[in-house]
Design a protein around this ligand. Structure first.
Ligand code: NDP
Ligand code: 8X3
Length: 249
């Protein structure tokens, strides 16, 4: 049985991925800051598979390393790392953007992903096997107005994914990116700081992707034969043609 560690498993894409992998017999380490949600998901999934929870903030370097270090023997060999934790904070032009939002996006989406990877990669290089999936975004492939720093953080994820694939090639480790377009999750609620009406408007009239659309693909990617690495995928709702072109009904 393979073990997958998923960051950001308390909501949206990460939660759906945990459910999909549990149903398909992967042992899970589910991570996030909201401990109650982790425990709830654990009890929901425990009849499918073994689940271990790790509550930590990916911004906290020491906490990240301590959490991975604390894994009990049965969960300590990570075959698959899904670097999913992340969010947009704000949607403002650069001249009025809030530096605290910038810090959050760089610290979580970029540095957090690096810390978790750094904590897990040594065992993969040692074993000469492993699979890292980084959740990027269409925002990592295009820049859109007011997306400035969020787009920069996801462009960084794109660069880090490519760099990881090169550096880890000699160890036979698979590295790939999944770059979704619009997915209906708590993403917009976080971006607009709890303004649920503004968040709901993002998805109004658009058949947005659902988290399960992405978790299906993640399951497909991890279940390929080991010599196949799905290196890079962009997944859009049919209603979306680019970061800014959307067909609203
Ligand atoms: P959600 O807001 O639904 O989920 C975000 C997850 O990230 C939560 O589980 C949250 O857990 C976790 N997270 C956020 N900050 C931290 C932190 N500091 N430390 C640890 N965990 C954290 O959003 P999505 O599911 O949509 O987002 C998942 C990923 O997909 C992100 O990387 C996002 O950028 C990307 N993405 C989303 C798209 C969309 O349209 N929704 C499109 C393209 C990419 P907790 O709060 O419990 O810590
Ligand atoms: C999330 C999708 O278009 O808001 O990464 O950047 S978008």
């Amino acid at each position: 049985m393979k073990t997958a560690l998923i960051t950001g498993a308390t909501s949206g894409i990460g939660r759906a991925t945990a459910i999909k992998l549990a149903e398909n017999n992967y042992r899970l380490v589910i991570c996030g800051r909201r401990e109650e949600r982790l425990e709830e998901l654990k009890s929901q999934l425990s009849h499918f598979t073994e689940v271990h929870t790790l509550a930590f903030d990916v911004r906290d370097k020491e906490a990240v390393f301590a959490a991975i270090e604390s894994l009990p023997e049965a969960f300590s060999t990570i075959d698959i790392l899904v670097n999913n934790a992340g969010n947009a904070h704000g949607l403002d032009p650069i001249q009025t953007g809030n530096p605290d939002d910038w810090d959050a996006m760089i610290d979580i989406n970029v540095k957090g992903l690096l810390y978790v990877s750094k904590a897990v990669i040594p065992q993969m290089t040692e074993r000469k096997s492993g699979h890292i999936i980084n959740i990027g975004s269409i925002a990592g492939l295009e820049v859109y107005p007011n997306g400035n720093v969020y787009c920069a953080s996801k462009h960084a994820v794109d660069a880090i994914t490519k760099g990881m694939r090169m550096d880890l090639n000699q160890f036979g480790i698979r590295v790939g990116a999944i770059n979704p377009g619009m997915v209906e999750t708590e993403f917009s609620e976080v971006r607009f700081k709890g303004d649920t009406e503004r968040a709901a408007n993002v998805y109004k009239g658009v058949a947005a992707l659902q988290p399960e659309d992405i978790s299906d693909v993640i399951h497909f990617v991890v279940s390929r034969p080991y010599h196949v690495n799905i290196a890079d995928l962009m997944i859009l709702p049919t209603a979306q043609a680019s970061a800014t072109i959307l067909k609203r009904d």
